[in-house]
Design a protein around this ligand. Structure first.
Ligand SMILES: *Cc1c(COP(=O)(O)O)cnc(C)c1O
Length: 377
């Protein structure tokens, strides 16, 4: 009974309690300094994250969606331009494109790792194509070597959506952290992300000095010198309190990711030989840091399993129940749904199980036992 009541999709409270002393002290320092905007912790965190990622520039912003928008603005993307985005992702990836008046061109994903299908990429590239946004979904990288090759050939920018893969190691032509392979990387520090703060936060990464300067200026009202505005920008800052929390948690990011991997291995071993469950595929492009542990249900469907688990006190989530091309928001963007067989199928098959840094084996044993019992009824 106890185990049941404690299972959460993401247990942020227990993680906080484990690191409470360090985090509280960092927050108190900011509170007494009264430097709530652009305090020294913001720069300190950006420097430490740049070092961790081995990237030249980290630009902290207010959230991951802003990061995507600012990246596209820095690339000069607007009306008349096309940007290729996966059809199976969180809406923010595509929203940023549409908000700037550019046209998102959706591409189907692969059944195994759920990332964009690079074999269909070249056919979608037109003279108006300005960028590709690969999404490193659920914690592992898209095939960046193949995508980079095509992007280079057609002179198209790559903006990596690394909101779900911070700390994942891309092991292609050269070993690099997710988000530092393309021209610009974007991430989110939403509380439930692998590196999460206690509110909203995000960041941009790049090795390109010119793009870094542009993005810094865009995030700051298009300004480099206070009250002198060179372009139309936005107001997007990471709060000092959030930066202080993130700077503490960054030291534990590899440990957080290792704990998630351990939990994933437990699930893998339990489900591997169960008929009608497909465990997450681990591609050869990168390490998998399991932002989500997402299985595919081949008998019954994800909604039915979700209801079944709910009755046992086990939370689960369906990422994503509706592919982007079928979202009402993109209803005027006429595409043929038959071009997206995989994202359509996945929307009925995928289900993400509890995954976080505080999951106990006792809890996992209970989850596993109940998931398996759904398939044996
Ligand atoms: C979380 C997320 C975002 C957006 O991040 P916010 O900080 O919530 O704006 C963008 N893309 C993906 C894939 C995400 O998971």
């Amino acid at each position: 009974m106890d185990v049941m009541q404690n299972i959460q999709m993401v247990d942020l409270q227990s993680q906080y309690l484990r690191l409470k002393n360090e985090i509280d002290s960092a927050i108190t320092t900011v509170l007494s300094s009264a430097k709530y905007i652009n305090g020294p912790e913001v720069n300190q965190f950006a420097t430490n994250l740049a070092q961790y990622l081995k990237v030249a520039h980290v630009i902290p912003v207010a959230n991951g969606t802003d990061a995507l928008q600012i990246a596209l603005m820095a690339l000069g993307i607007g009306p008349g331009d096309e940007v290729i985005t996966p059809d199976f992702t969180f809406i923010a990836t595509v929203e940023a494109v549409a908000l700037l008046g550019a046209t998102p061109i959706m591409i189907d994903v692969k059944k195994d790792d759920f990332t964009l299908n690079e074999t269909q990429l070249e056919a979608l590239i037109a003279s108006r194509t300005k960028a590709i946004i690969p999404v490193h979904l659920f914690g592992q990288c898209a095939n960046m070597d193949a995508i980079s090759l095509i992007a280079q050939k057609h002179n198209i920018a790559i903006v990596e959506d690394s909101a779900q893969a911070l700390g994942s190691e891309f092991c292609g032509n050269k070993q690099s952290k997710a988000g530092t392979v393309g021209d610009i990387g974007c991430t989110s520090f939403f509380p439930s992300k692998n590196l999460g703060c206690f509110g909203d936060g995000g960041a941009l990464f790049t090795n390109n000095d010119l793009l870094a300067e542009k993005m810094r200026s865009i995030a700051n009202h298009g300004s480099k010198i206070k009250y002198y505005h060179d372009t139309i920008g936005v107001n997007s800052r990471l709060d000092t309190v959030q930066a202080a929390v993130l700077d503490v948690k960054l030291k534990y990011l590899d440990d957080f990711n290792a704990r998630r991997q351990k939990a994933a291995t437990y699930y893998d071993n339990a489900f591997m030989n169960i008929e009608n469950i497909v465990v997450p595929f681990r591609n050869r492009n990168s390490s998998h840091i399991f932002h989500q542990y997402t299985i595919r249900v081949l008998k019954g469907n994800n909604l039915e399993l979700q209801k079944f688990l709910e009755k046992k006190g086990i939370p689960s989530m369906i990422y994503y129940p509706v592919p982007i091309h079928r979202q009402k928001a993109f209803g005027d963007h006429i595409v043929d749904s038959r071009n997206f067989p995989i994202s359509n199928a996945l929307s009925h098959e995928v289900i993400s199980l509890p995954m976080h840094t505080e999951l106990s084996e006792q809890q996992q044993e209970y989850i596993v036992r109940n998931v398996i019992s759904y398939f044996r009824q």
